[in-house]
Every structure is written in structure tokens, then in C-alpha cells.
Design a protein around this ligand. Sequence first.
Ligand code: NIG
Ligand code: FE
Length: 395
Amino acid sequence: MRELGIVDNAGVLCLEGKIAWVGPMSEWTSRANRMLPPRAQGIEEFDAAGMVVVPGFVDSHTHMMFAGDRAHEFALRSAGATYQDIARQGGGILNTVLHVRSASKKELKRSTLRYMNEMMKQGTTTVEIKTGYGLTLDAEIKMMEAIHELKEEEMMGVVATFIGAHAVPPEFTEDRAAYAELVIGQMIPYIGKRNLAQFCDVFCEQGYFDLDSSRRILEAGKAWGMMPKVHAEELTSLGGAKLAAQVGAASADHLERVDDAGIAAMRDAGVVATLLPGVSFFLNHGYAPARALIDAGVPVAIASDFNPGSCMSFSMPLMMTIACTQMRMSPEEALCAATLNGAAALRLSATCGSIEVGKNADLLVADVPDYTHLAYHFGMNHLVKTIKNGTILEF
Ligand code: NIG
Ligand code: FE
């Protein structure tokens, strides 16, 4: 994570949406020019002299499809209430669920697309989007289809995750096991049959889903072709990191309260640790042990977790700043975590996350003296261009 492979005075050639060549400009004429089609048409050239080019950010954990907002809860927290206090009073996830249930698929798509466009301006070229604010068969399908349609229709890279096990809805408070059965018996088969989601996630947490039902839900998802992900060890140490290792999850996310045994299990199973610095900052509830994870050899990704409750921001540079100042990650580690390791958390590292020949041409051009400034000079957008699949986005 500390080896960025920086090339000074570099050139990148993108053809048909992919990176066709990258290397020092001193080799450009002899190498890259030979690869251009004979009468190259529509080739755009951009001189980024004095600037920095990095891979597009991969935001591998978001709940960005939602309706309504939770500004009121933000105010309550500023007066001392905790996320759990608010959830116990019927706020939190269930507050957003009420709004999403009454929103149409079209409305959900429209608000999500607005955020997607803004995200691309801030450098995110691939994003994971979760369901989990429907919590009935119909409402989860509505979200799932909306995400799937955005994936098909839009230029931004979208990865769809089903998280019917995000909270137990009010209709099931008296029979929580029955809700897990609904997720396993009806939601997962419906989504699996139609191939609507790449991943299946669960909020493995006290008051949400215990270890046993989390395991059953993730195994059911796997049987229908969805790779597991786990919201693990966020508010309490329940053992979600070990569970992630046991079910072969692509990632375990949050991990504020992961212990040494959980870290060792993740390392041995090759589970990516997706850390969410914005959540710790926004809820002020302590940070995940990034150093212990990295030093143990666990691949660490950082993501925004963008959602109306625990992190109302999708700024990946801000997440990098918090990772550096609060979690003692180096600027190099933060950049790797926001790009290549985010791709790994989505099992996409063969196609995106770094500037390598054959990968998607997802590049950011930043007007900064060097990459450290992306995290160091925080609170402003340094990007002059976002390039997605070789297309230069103007904004
Ligand atoms: O990742 N922890 C569980 N789910 C989200 C919070 C979603 C919400 O509060 O609406 C998270 O932090
Ligand atoms: Fe989350």
C-alpha cells in the first residue's frame, strides 16, 4: 500500500475506453504513437503538465439510494444523543425506510443519479450501492431494480449489493426470526434468479442481525450467486470479522471494534477491510484500527458509506484526509485504499482501481503539486477533469 509506482512526466493513452499505454513521455513517440489506429479520428489530447493523474476513486460502500433526510437526528446528536439512542426511539435506518417505502422507483433513481453526477465531479468513477431501506419484498425489489437500471443506463460504474438484512422492520419486532426467513426464503431467491445483485450484505450487530442469522443469510446469498459482505464490529464486537472470514466474504466493513483474533482471521482468509472514516467522524464513535490491520497484512480499503444517517458525505478526498489525520494512514496508503483496494473489495481489481494497461480508462486530473495534496489540502475540489471509460467529463 506504500508503493504507488509513480511515473514522472508520464503519458497515458486511452483507446476504446481502456488504458492502452502508460509510461514516461520520453518513450511516447516510439511506443504510444505506434498503437494509434492509422487515421486516428476523435483522439483528444490533454496536456496535464504540472498536474497529477491518479486512478478514479472506487467508493466500495454506500447507501446512496434513499429518500428524505435525517438532519433532525444530526441535530439531536450534536446535543448528545447517540446513533443507538436515536435508533431505539424509532429513528435511524427505520426513519429512512418510511420515506423509501413511499417513494417511487423513478424518484429513487432521480435522486441517486443527482448524487452520482456530483460524485463523478469529485472523482468517484465506480460506486457500490446497497438496498436496505425497503425491508419488504416489494420495496427491496423496487430499490434493487432501480440500482440495476442505473447500472445498465449510466456511464458511472455501479455495483449492486442486496442488504435486506439492514434492520428488522417494525412489522417484525415481535418475530425477528420470521424477518430473516423472509430475506432467505423470498428476497434472496427473487434477486438471485434475476441476477440483480453482485453482493449480499448484512448488518451483523446487536439489535440488528446476530451471528447465526447473519451467517444463514450470507450462505443463502452465496447459493444464489451473490458474494458476501459484512457490516462488522461497528458498534459492538460481535464476531462479524471472523464470520466474514468463514463465509469467504469479499470484505468486512466498518470494524471500529475489531479485535486481534478478527484481524488474524481476515488476513488468513484474504478478506478486504473496508474502513469508513466518515462514519467515525460523523458519529464521533471512535476509529477502526487501521494501523493494526495494515501491519497485520490485511488489505485496507476506505469508502464513504454515504447515507443520510451515519455519513452524509460522499467525498473520497475527505475520507482520505480523515484516514490520514485520525487513523494514521499515510497519504500513499489512503490513496491506494480509495482506489485499488476499493476495487478489490468489489472484486474488480482486474478491471479498475489503477492506471495499468488493459484496465478501464478511469482517471482523475488534479491541479495539485503532488498526490499528497489530495488529502492534505482538504475541503476543496482539486479536480480539473474526471475521465470515465476514456470519456472526458466536462464540468
Ligand atoms: O453503514 N451500519 C449500518 N448501516 C449504515 C447506516 C445506515 C443508516 O443509518 O441509514 C452504515 O453506517
Ligand atoms: Fe453501511
